[in-house]
Design a protein around this ligand. Structure first.
Ligand code: HSE
Length: 333
């Protein structure tokens, strides 16, 4: 993580006298790309998600106390861990890094490398938590660049299509990448996601390297027609239009080869009433988009059974689109 400032305009905004000295925050998993919108669309789900417990302590500095649920894969070094590195960056820009002590417990409820925005959920939970501890000096729009820096640290590329919905909730469009321009889109109330995570590891960094950086104009025409159709469908709450628009001709054909049984899972989903089916983020999780919860449950059960019969273990999640984003949870202790 560089020492460069993300924002020069936030120095002096923090209130160190704020009364809260510990906080527990949940941030949701996300389905980036929303099948047809590579790097520009994404939505949050109610579960799974990650949790951060953060404590103000007398000794200055930012430290990781513990990480649960990562099988020892994430660094405890506060400069290398994405959550603490982003917290440090924010405190530096606020001008208080040397004056405050912060300790962090990270509890991961979802697998790393799943295609569900695992690193984004942790980063967003961490940044939301530090902002809350300081009395909310920053708006969500002001927190967003720090979340994107976390994504850059986690996977080598600062795409915002996971962190934006994790922070804002709902469906988000990244209209501009360089000059970050995040737009919240309407969420039709019966829009559900049936997610299946087959137990294979597909790191985002590698899944991105596979993709060609040139596309055919005829494919681009299909893709931007689909993206525009999806957005119109969201505004009109037109589930049928949403379904026929969520097709990816640019990325899916390349990435599908990394996911076992991808085309069989797609057949099962569509034959059982899903509006659409595709890769969640960079995979290997896959997502069936459905109208209502019941179809999402049926589809995920059938896909799980199909994978089990081929000795492929999987996790499954059924969720409405989460419109809230991160939330403060009570402490149990
Ligand atoms: N848009 C990103 C990708 C999401 O597809 O590589 C993964 O985090």
């Amino acid at each position: 993580m560089s020492n460069n400032k993300v924002s020069t305009s936030i120095e002096g905004k923090a209130d160190l006298s704020h009364a809260v000295d510990k906080i527990r925050v949940f941030a949701p998993a996300t389905v980036a790309n929303m099948i047809c919108g590579f790097d520009i669309l994404g939505f949050a789900v109610d579960h799974p998600g990650d949790e951060v417990k953060m404590y103000k302590v007398p000794t200055p500095g930012v430290r990781i106390r513990s990480i649960e649920g990562d099988d020892g894969r994430l660094p405890l070094d506060a400069d290398k861990n994405t959550v603490s590195a982003c917290v440090k960056m924010l405190l530096r820009d606020l001008g208080i890094l040397d004056h405050i002590g912060i300790e962090i417990e990270l509890i991961k409820h979802m697998p790393i490398g799943s295609g569900l925005g695992s690193s984004s959920a942790s980063t967003v939970a961490g940044l939301f938590a530090i902002n809350a501890l300081l009395g909310f000096p920053l708006t969500k729009d002001e927190l967003m660049p720090y979340c994107v820096e976390g994504e850059r640290l986690a996977c080598g590329h600062g795409h915002a299509d996971n962190v934006a919905p994790a922070l804002m909730g709902g469906v988000t469009l990244i209209r501009g990448q360089e000059d970050l321009d995040v737009i919240k889109l309407p969420v039709p109330p019966k829009l559900y996601a049936g997610i299946v995570f087959p137990q294979v590891d597909v790191p985002t960094r590698e899944a991105r390297q596979l993709i060609k950086d040139k596309v055919l104009l005829k494919d681009a025409v299909v893709q931007w027609g689909n993206i525009a159709g999806l957005i119109a469908g969201l505004f009109q709450h037109d589930y049928e239009l949403i379904g026929r628009s969520m097709h990816d001709v640019l990325i899916e054909p390349t990435r599908a080869i990394l996911i076992p049984e991808f085309y069989e899972m797609k057949r099962i989903a569509l034959e059982n009433g899903a509006l659409s089916f595709g890769i969640s983020g960079s995979g290997p999780s896959v997502v069936a988009i459905t109208k209502g919860e019941e179809i999402a449950r049926i589809v995920t059960e059938k896909i799980k059974a199909h994978l089990s019969a081929r000795d492929i273990e999987s996790y499954q999640y059924v969720s409405n689109v989460n419109v809230e984003g991160p939330k403060v949870l009570p402490f149990n202790d």
